[in-house]
Design a protein around this ligand. Structure first.
Ligand code: PMP
Length: 358
């Protein structure tokens, strides 16, 4: 079987054992005579799937009963809109940290519905790093502080999270890749299509007391309380996505949970950064302490060489290495499901490319 070395930023590589299990169960899930896609979302078979998915998220991440675990539609982008609608009360302010493209999109959406204070911005410097907690200028009466914990396009991540009362984090591109303390956050959310499963599904971990702030002016479907009260089954959810997320979380448990995958992720990232740092031919524009271990970005001496690198790597079976169109350069997304062997193949390709073009 031919499997590409897939470095796509999202949708991205999924674990092969998960795809194989889904394939084996495709036409007859657990003796039901139906695919998961054909099951009623109100059936006992699907209820068992969503219950297991939630239990896996809770045990892997250490999520207490103070938090709801939700499986929602609209991706991470809908959360950009619904967070301020629900949790920033009339006449109040919310704080946002601007670390790059995705943090900026959340800010843009927050500004549509109310007062938005920028607690820190890396924009003028070209977003080379995440801020230290002490650098943030938080409004005294802020409703919450929003961060993007890992910038998928910029390739930066926090080493230390801000210590504030109501911290909300977009963890789309690094969820379940490293051990974090959920209790530091009021809310964590992530689009599934990088580390959790297919697109069209967002995982939301929400401290339940936040719901008390909700206003009756928010459309019912856009209220988090609606989805908490109905345990993510208010309407028809992305049943297939939840099923794959259940398989992905089982796969993670088999690897020793998040601590297990973190060790693998750190090893993969350090192999790639070691090659990048080994020569002036490559240049990583990110400050060392902020370097992401999920999205590794780097430049070559010219755009022509970057184009050549992308074309030749593709021919060698290495897919998705072109940097995002807004920033250029190269990017390797090395999410949980990207095998170490793929990183080894990339590093070997880089060494050959450097020898031929350096
Ligand atoms: N936040 C981050 C950090 C992302 O990387 C992305 C998608 N690349 C999004 C939000 C938007 O996610 P979605 O497409 O699921 O709305």
């Amino acid at each position: 079987m031919a499997r590409a070395y897939n470095f796509n930023a999202g949708p991205a590589a999924l674990p092969l054992p998960v795809l194989e299990k889904a394939q084996a169960e495709m036409t007859d899930y657990a003796g039901s005579g139906m695919s998961v896609m054909e099951l009623s979302h109100r059936s006992k078979e699907f209820q068992a799937i969503i219950d297991a998915a939630e239990a896996n998220v809770r045990s892997l991440m250490g999520v207490s009963d103070d938090y709801a675990v939700l499986f929602l539609q609209g991706g991470a982008s809908l959360q950009f809109a619904t967070i301020p609608m629900n949790f920033r009360r009339e006449g109040k302010t919310a704080d946002y940290v601007d670390t790059g493209s995705w943090a900026s999109k959340a800010i843009k959406e927050a500004k549509v519905t109310g007062s938005t204070h920028i607690a820190w911005s890396g924009k003028e410097a070209g977003y080379p790093r995440c801020p230290k907690p002490s650098e943030l200028d938080i409004s005294p009466d802020t409703e919450y502080v929003h961060i993007c914990s890992n910038e998928t396009i910029g390739g930066i991540r926090y080493t230390e999270f801000p210590k504030v009362d109501n911290l909300i984090a977009d963890m789309s591109s690094e969820i379940m890749s490293r051990v974090i303390d959920v209790n530091q956050f009021a809310m964590i959310y992530a689009g599934a299509q990088k580390n959790l499963g297919p697109s069209g599904l967002a995982l939301v971990i929400l401290r339940k007391d936040l719901i008390e702030r909700e206003s009756a002016n928010v459309p019912i479907f856009m209220r988090y309380s609606t989805h908490v009260e109905n345990a993510s089954l208010y309407n028809t959810p992305n049943t297939w996505g939840i099923y794959i997320l259940k398989l992905v979380t089982e796969w993670l448990q088999g690897l020793g949970g998040i601590a297990g995958i973190q060790a693998i992720n750190e090893r993969k990232a350090s192999k790639l950064y070691a090659e990048i740092d080994s020569s002036d031919f490559w240049k990583c524009p990110i400050d060392k302490e902020s370097r992401s271990i999920m999205n590794v970005v780097w430049r070559l001496p010219s755009e022509e060489l970057e184009e050549k690198f992308v074309a030749e790597s593709k021919k060698a079976g290495l897919i998705g290495l072109k940097g995002h169109r807004s920033v250029g350069g190269l990017r390797a997304s090395i999410y949980n499901a990207v095998p170490e062997e793929a990183v080894d193949a990339l590093v070997a390709f880089m060494k050959d490319f450097k020898a031929a073009n350096g």
